[in-house]
Write a protein that binds this ligand. Structure first.
Ligand SMILES: CC(=O)N[C@H]1[C@@H](OP(=O)(O)OP(=O)(O)OC[C@H]2O[C@@H](n3ccc(=O)[nH]c3=O)[C@H](O)[C@@H]2O)O[C@H](CO)[C@@H](O)[C@@H]1O
Ligand SMILES: C=C(OP(=O)(O)O)C(=O)O
Length: 429
């Protein structure tokens, strides 16, 4: 298993190109199941999750091709992917693939909408909580599906097709919103989703579905209305930039000091993290090329944060922010409200000399003067990058093992940060 070795202490200076968002690319790729024409997606990040989803979609009958790079195009920019589901050859999504990634469960929406049946393994994904699928099943049932769960598989049928309805989610779920929105595009009549997730990736999916001929309004707000259509067509769509990658590198610069342009980053996707980072003492400027993040000397102020669905502070930046707060001048409290088991980085951050006290869903961090490098182990995707951030600011050498977690969601991380002065290398096992 690969490791990442970091020698900490260098500032970050330069340009980091921001990739397309993993959490947008995955549902967008899944949307290709809704049409027999080609969906072309630009700016798709090269990630392990994207590769795994490609295998899952291929299994359903999707043809997949990559467009070549144009001359002069930066190696770090995303790929253009063509997905064509001329016919669906298999409506089963098997355990060995779906158990490795939560988002793959979302194929249930398009399969049911187009084929009126689906058999999908219960999902896996980052071990950050129990992550049930009750809201998905509730939403699909509201659209007229009959659902059974048998030996680890969800078996869903709607022999006469799905029928639009009002779906009032008792809790906000990104994945359930994506899934019901996709399913409703081909349902008969109107669907109204209430208490929908407002994440930018939901709005991005709706933009793409509308380009494919769907009739969706309100995506990005908590009420989404979908007028079902008979068929969807092919389209071309560019994946929105990754706000979590943006926030992660902003926190890395905050931690090490320096001056970095996050090229292609979109400020309006992360108002709350930017507000928090400014309170911490980081300078963030919007430019026509992206976000410029600077910290030249000066201490880090402690700031309390509570994770919330969008537009609140994202749970996917919680671990990275905790790494940053380990060096703040004073004490801060981070409350995790989305996932019940998303503090696995705490014991690893302690290996750097961080002082963190956990009490249920609250972590109190007493900032320390210095962190020292250590061997640490990644436990999940965002936890792993929090260890990289700590390693960049720690004195001496850090090795992060189990970096396959990192490869799920960060495109060419070592290249991006080493171009800005970090001493970092991948050690292949
Ligand atoms: C691929 C992707 O986009 N992943 C993101 C997505 O995950 P994901 O879509 O899995 O997260 P959800 O928004 O569904 O989860 C939010 C909360 O709802 C709960 N829940 C969800 C579904 C359900 O049927 N029942 C239920 O109780 C979950 O356990 C969790 O406590 O949104 C999360 C919250 O912003 C992010 O951390 C993930 O990075
Ligand atoms: C939790 C995440 O991913 P997933 O939902 O695929 O497990 C994440 O992107 O931080």
């Amino acid at each position: 298993m690969d490791k990442i070795r970091i020698v900490g202490g260098n500032e970050l200076n330069g340009v980091i190109p921001i990739s397309g968002a993993k959490n947008a690319a995955l549902p967008l790729m899944i949307a290709s199941l809704l049409t027999d024409e080609t969906l072309t997606l630009e700016n798709v990040p090269r990630l392990a999750d994207v590769a795994l989803l490609t295998r899952i979609l291929t299994n359903h009958g999707v043809d997949y091709s990559l467009n070549g790079k144009r001359p002069g195009e930066d190696l770090l920019t995303g790929q253009t992917v063509n997905l064509t589901a001329r016919s669906i050859v298999d409506t089963t999504a098997p355990y060995d693939l779906v158990s490795r990634m939560r988002a793959s469960f979302w194929v249930i929406g398009p399969l049911l909408a187009r084929m009126h049946q689906a058999r999908v393994s219960l999902p896996g994904g980052c071990a950050i909580g129990t992550r049930p699928v009750d809201l998905f099943l509730f939403g699909l049932e509201q659209l007229g599906a009959k659902i059974d769960v048998d030996r680890g598989y969800v078996i869903a049928e709607a022999p006469g097709g799905l029928v639009g309805n009002r779906v009032v989610f008792p809790k906000v779920s990104v994945g359930a919103t994506h899934t019901i929105m996709m399913a409703a595009t081909l349902a008969k009549g109107e669907t109204v989703i209430e208490n929908a997730a407002r994440e930018p990736e939901v709005a991005d999916l709706a933009r793409c579905l509308n380009a494919m001929g769907a009739k969706i309004s309100g995506a990005g707000t908590s009420t989404i209305t979908i007028d079902g259509v008979q068929r969807l067509r092919g389209a071309r769509h560019r994946v929105v930039s990754d706000r979590i990658e943006t926030g992660t590198y902003a926190m890395a610069v905050a931690m090490t000091g320096g001056d970095v342009l996050l090229e292609g980053a979109e400020a309006d996707l992360l108002d709350e993290p930017i507000r928090v980072l400014r309170q911490v003492g980081v300078t963030i400027e919007e430019t026509n090329r992206g976000l410029r993040v600077k910290r030249n000397g000066g201490g880090l102020a402690p700031v309390d944060v509570e994770t919330q669905p969008f537009p609140g502070f994202p749970t996917d930046l919680q671990a990275q922010f905790m790494a940053l707060m380990t060096k703040a001048k004073g004490s801060s409290v981070i409350t995790e409200t989305i996932f019940e088991n998303r503090f696995m980085h705490v014991q690893e951050l302690a290996r750097f000399g961080a002082h963190i006290h956990l009490d249920g869903q609250k972590a109190t961090i007493e900032g320390v003067e210095r962190l020292t490098g250590a061997p640490v182990m990644a436990t999940d995707l965002r936890a792993s990058v929090s260890l990289v951030i700590a390693g960049l600011a720690a004195e001496g050498e850090t090795t992060v093992s189990r970096v396959y977690h990192l490869d799920r969601g960060f495109e060419r991380l070592e290249e991006k940060i080493s171009r800005c002065g970090a001493v970092v290398e991948r050690i292949s096992a």
